[in-house]
Design a protein. Structure first.
Length: 560
């Protein structure tokens, strides 16, 4: 994995201070703790890149730990996809793959310890009653009528909860802290709830499951994590994280919060992404329009480009939004240097060179990548009949149109200068062929007499063209912040109706016929394209446009 130069930020400053003071013995041990209830998205990628990068840069360790504490929403499918995504992003957890469910017995024992110390109790209030008793930020809560049960009674009830004697939702185990605490999270929060649902790894062994706030710090403590890095919404939960660990007297990691990174024209709510998939607004979790890691991967993004984007965006304590073009530019900068060039015509119109010898085929020399001299050249066949883009020909051109139009010369890339002499139309008046003459003295694209040609277009030999399916992707949402909604409106109202254009018969130069699935190319003048790893096969290529050649967002008037 390529190591980018690390930019300093407030988290690195905390770690540097800890190492200077000898805290944690100079160790740095981070983790990524996803719940396996969905596919990872670009927000998770930020956390993976940051946490694994800190471990790498400080010569520490990085864990992948699944917070599998809610069996009703978790599946092995999600576990497998998350492992793949973390590895692809460069998160090197080595042999440190852990599951919260492996710690269930230890968590239960610790909970029983707090029960016997009088610091936790079994409560019979249902969810609605608990909310009513909890109070509000401006009003203190009320003690549960079950708060004064004796430690012995609570221990017996908690054990019976574990043994499956009570129905779902009938009882919870709660921490006994302070119902008047100014931080609502400290008002006797739930530690365990009853869920009679089979667990994807534990089967039916357990019917009580730990709440995240109870499990989170214990998992970090068991794994000897040094810096437990969370998003900003967990800042108000940190006092509870500390209270649980201190009440047990166990190893105490340090929780640090940073602001989520939001990217324009995307939604990253798991609930909303699941809705898009289930309601078939997209073709699946790996649809290249999705902000999921697997969707970005299938669109053609590289892990190194995502790391470059995260490094450029930085880490902050203040929530903000990054423009989508910043993400796209991180990829353009990489692919401009690495992607081989090829010519493809997405919406073809036939050009006939009327003065070119019938049956003759030449080979034109084209650069594979002008940004990389070592990339060399390739031979591209040229013949009497060619395909060019429909948009590169106008029978009645607008002002300053320097491409192909009657009576105007244009350069065919790496080939000849040609002049349009007329068109052929069908009975309905549609153009079926553009007739041109070529200048034999201009092979290579330059005129020996020094005449200036303003327009250069790409082409494909019709005789040698490879038909292919091509998909042009755009942002899934037109609004910069799709979640910015008036009351009564739904985020899907901001979906882009033109987010996908499927082209069933594009024409490609022969070198693309056997493009390897997963290979990246620049189609000259059109953008960067990716041979779809699921559908493309040598001989029958399918390409996804990853990103255009230039940023077009600045030219688009978007809704605020």
């Amino acid at each position: 994995m390529e190591n980018l130069p690390a930019k300093t930020n407030f988290i690195r400053e905390i770690i540097d201070a800890d190492n200077a003071s000898g805290k944690f013995g100079g160790r740095v041990h981070t983790r990524f703790p996803p719940e396996p209830n969905g596919y990872l998205h670009i927000g998770h990628a930020t956390s993976i890149i940051m946490n694994s990068g800190l471990a790498r840069d400080y010569k520490g360790k990085f864990n992948l730990r699944f917070d599998d504490t809610n069996p009703a929403k978790e599946e092995q499918e999600y576990v497998d996809s998350i492992i793949e995504d973390v590895k692809w992003l460069g998160g090197d957890f080595e042999d440190r793959l852990f599951f919260a469910s492996d710690y269930f017995q230890q968590m239960y024992d610790w909970a029983m310890e707090l029960v016997k110390k009088g610091k936790a109790y079994v409560c019979d209030l249902n969810a609605d009653e608990m909310r009513a008793y909890r109070g509000s930020p401006s009003e203190p809560g009320r003690n549960s009528p079950f708060r004064d049960r004796t430690p012995a009674e609570n221990a017996g009830l908690f054990e019976r909860m574990k043994n499956g004697e009570f129905p779902d939702g009938s009882r919870t185990l709660r921490a006994k802290i302070d119902m008047a605490h100014p931080n609502i999270n400290m008002r006797d929060p739930a530690m365990y709830r009853i869920i009679h649902t089979s667990h994807h790894r534990q089967g039916d062994k357990w019917c009580i499951y730990p709440m995240y706030d109870w499990a989170h710090g214990l998992e970090d403590s068991i794994e000897q994590i040094t810096h437990s890095i969370c998003t900003l919404e967990f800042a108000d939960h940190r006092p509870l994280y500390d209270w649980f660990i201190d009440s047990l007297g166990i190893y105490h990691p340090q929780q640090i919060e940073f602001a989520r990174r939001t990217i324009s024209n995307m939604v990253t709510s798991k609930r909303k992404l699941l809705e898009l998939v289930k309601d078939k607004h997209v073709e699946g979790w790996d649809d290249p329009r999705m902000p999921t890691v697997c969707g970005l991967r299938r669109r053609g993004y590289t892990a190194s480009a995502l790391r470059a984007f995260c490094d450029d965006a930085g880490i902050s304590k203040v929530p903000g939004i990054s423009d989508i073009w910043v993400l796209e530019n991180a990829l353009r900068n990489e692919l401009n240097k690495s992607a081989p060039r090829a010519m493809a015509v997405l919406k073809p119109v036939k050009v006939v060179l009327t003065n070119y010898p019938e049956g003759q085929v030449e080979e034109m020399t084209c650069n594979n990548n002008p940004e990389d001299p070592a990339a060399g050249t390739r031979k591209v066949p040229f013949s009497r009949e060619l395909y060019i883009e429909q948009d590169d020909f106008k029978e009645v051109p607008p002002k300053k149109f320097f491409r192909m139009t009657p009576g105007q010369e244009v350069r065919l890339r790496a080939a000849y200068i040609v002049k349009c002499e007329g068109v052929k139309k069908d009975a309905a008046g549609n153009i079926t062929e553009v007739h041109c003459t070529y200048d034999p003295a201009t092979k290579g694209g330059d005129a020996p007499d020094g005449r200036k040609i303003k327009g250069t277009i790409h082409w494909v030999s019709a005789k040698h063209a490879v038909p292919a399916r091509v998909r042009l992707y755009d942002a899934l949402f037109t609004k910069r912040n799709p979640d910015d909604l008036e009351e009564g409106h739904d985020f899907k109202e901001n979906m882009n109706p033109n987010s996908l254009e499927a082209i069933e018969r594009a024409m490609l130069e022969p070198s693309l016929k056997d493009a390897a699935p997963g290979s990246r190319w620049q189609f000259e003048r059109l953008g960067y394209f990716f041979a779809d790893p699921k559908e493309s096969q040598p001989g029958t290529p399918v390409f996804n446009r990853t990103v255009t050649l230039k940023d077009t967002w600045a030219k688009i008037e978007q809704k605020a």
